[in-house]
Design a protein around this ligand. Structure first.
Ligand SMILES: Cc1ncc(COP(=O)(O)O)c(C=O)c1O
Length: 361
C-alpha cells in the first residue's frame, strides 16, 4: 500500500517511528516476556517507565516544580466536569470564554457544578471569522478561574496570546495544541489535554496543575476526578490507562530526539503557512478566518462549489489522503496537521488540491 497521510482531528496520526517501536516490543517489553499492557501498574518496571514519561514531558514543556503532572482518565470532556468540581468552590463563579464548539461544550458541562459567567468572543460577519482581543474580555476580577480553549479543533480558531487575568488562575483546554509550540506554563493555573492528538492514543488525559490549586474540591467530587487524590497517588489511585501512558512516553522520547517543542513548532509553522497559502491562492478553496486567529493544527477549508465535496473526498482517499471531511457542525473540509503529520503529508495534500482544482475548472 502506498503511503497514507491521515488528517483526522483525533484520534490522530501517530509518529511512524513510535508505532514501529511499539510494534517491535508489543509482546515482549523490556525482556519481561509480556506486553507492557499485561503488567501491573504497581510493578517497579512499569513505575520507572511512567516516571520517565513524566520527566520527559516536564522537560519538553519546561514545567516548573510547583506544578503536578497528572495522567488521568476521561478525555477532554472528563475535564469539563473535573475542572469545576476541583476549582470552583461554593459562593464563587468562574469565567468561561466561548470561542467555538469545544469551549461551548465546556460551559454546558460546568454549569452542572457551579455559577458560570459566559463570555462570547466570536466576531463573525458574512465572509470573515474573528475573535475579540483578550485585552477586551470583560473578566470578573473575583472569578475562581478563567477557562478558555486556545485552539478550537472544530472551528480552526486559535488564540495565541495568553490572556492577562491579573492573578485569576487561567485554565486552558489544550487538547489540540499541547506540545505544538512553546508556552510559558507558569502563566497557567491548569492545563489539560486529551492525548489523542499530539500525545498518544485516546484514553489518557494530561493535567498540569499548580500545586496551590489542589485540595479545594467540592465534596461530591468522584475520587477518580479529584486532582489531589491523583497527585498524592502519582496518578495511580486506580488503574491508569497503562498502554496509553506507555505510548505517550514513546511520543515524548520521539519529540525530544527531534529537538523538542521549539523544533517541532518550526515545522508546524511551515506546514500551516504553505497550506493557508495554497487555500488563499486558489479559486476553489476558501478559509475565512482572520489570519491572526488561524489555527496551525486544524485547518478547515470550504470548496466554493459544494457539489464537489463528495468527489473531493473520494479522490483524496484514493490518493492516500484520508479523513479530510470537515466536522459536521461546520461542514467543508478540515486538515488536522498535528506534530506527527510530516511536511511531506501537507505537500501531498496541496499537490492533490491543486490538481483537483485544475480538473474541475
Ligand atoms: C479542544 C477539545 N476539547 C475537548 C475535546 C473532547 O475530548 P474527548 O473526546 O477526549 O472527551 C476535544 C476533542 O476533540 C477537543 O478537540
Amino acid at each position: 500500500m502506498s503511503e497514507v497521510f491521515n488528517f483526522c482531528a483525533g484520534p490522530a496520526m501517530l509518529p511512524k517511528p513510535v508505532m514501529a517501536k511499539a510494534q517491535q516490543e508489543f509482546i515482549n517489553w523490556q525482556g519481561t516476556g509480556s506486553s507492557v499492557m499485561e503488567l501491573s501498574h504497581r510493578s517497579g518496571i512499569y513505575k520507572a517507565m511512567a516516571k520517565k514519561a513524566e520527566v520527559d514531558l516536564r522537560e519538553l514543556m519546561s514545567i516548573p516544580d510547583n506544578y503536578k503532572v497528572l495522567f488521568c482518565h476521561g478525555g477532554g470532556r472528563g475535564q469539563f466536569s473535573a475542572v469545576p468540581l476541583n476549582l470552583l468552590p461554593q459562593g464563587k463563579s468562574a469565567d468561561y470564554i466561548v470561542s467555538g464548539s469545544w469551549s461551548k461544550a465546556a460551559v454546558a458541562e460546568a454549569k452542572n457544578f457551579g455559577e458560570i459567567n459566559v463570555i462570547e468572543i466570536n466576531q463573525d460577519t458574512d465572509n470573515s471569522s474573528s475573535l475579540l482581543d483578550s485585552s477586551d474580555w470583560p473578566l470578573n476580577p473575583e472569578a475562581a478561574y478563567v477557562h478558555y480553549c486556545p485552539n478550537e479543533t472544530v472551528n480552526g480558531l486559535e488564540i495565541n496570546t495568553i490572556p492577562e487575568t491579573n492573578g485569576v488562575p487561567i485554565v486552558a483546554d489544550m487538547s489540540s495544541t499541547i506540545l505544538s509550540h512553546e508556552i510559558d506554563v507558569s502563566k497557567f493555573g491548569l492545563i489539560y489535554a486529551g492525548a489523542q492528538k499530539n500525545i498518544g492514543p485516546s484514553g489518557l488525559t494530561i493535567v498540569i496543575v499548580r500545586e496551590d490549586l489542589l485540595g479545594q474540591a467540592q465534596i461530591a467530587t468522584p475520587c477518580i476526578m479529584n486532582y489531589k487524590t491523583a497527585a498524592d497517588n502519582d496518578s495511580m489511585y486506580n488503574t491508569p490507562p497503562t498502554y496509553a501512558w506507555y505510548l505517550a512516553g514513546l511520543v515524548f522520547e520521539w519529540l525530544k530526539e527531534l529537538g523538542g517543542v521549539k523544533a517541532i513548532a518550526k515545522v508546524n509553522q511551515a506546514k500551516a503557512e504553505i497550506l493557508y497559502q495554497a487555500i488563499d491562492n486558489s479559486e476553489l478553496y476558501s478559509n475565512h478566518i482572520q489570519s491572526q486567529y488561524r489555527s496551525k493544527m486544524n485547518i478547515p477549508f470550504w470548496l466554493k462549489d459544494e457539489s464537489l465535496n463528495e468527489k473531493f473526498l473520494e479522490e483524496a482517499e484514493k490518493t492516500g489522503l484520508t479523513a479530510l471531511e470537515g466536522h459536521r457542525i461546520v461542514g467543508g473540509m478540515r486538515a488536522s496537521i498535528y506534530n506527527a503529520m510530516p511536511l511531506e503529508g501537507v505537500q501531498a495534500l496541496i499537490e492533490f488540491m491543486q490538481q483537483f482544482e485544475k480538473r474541475n475548472r
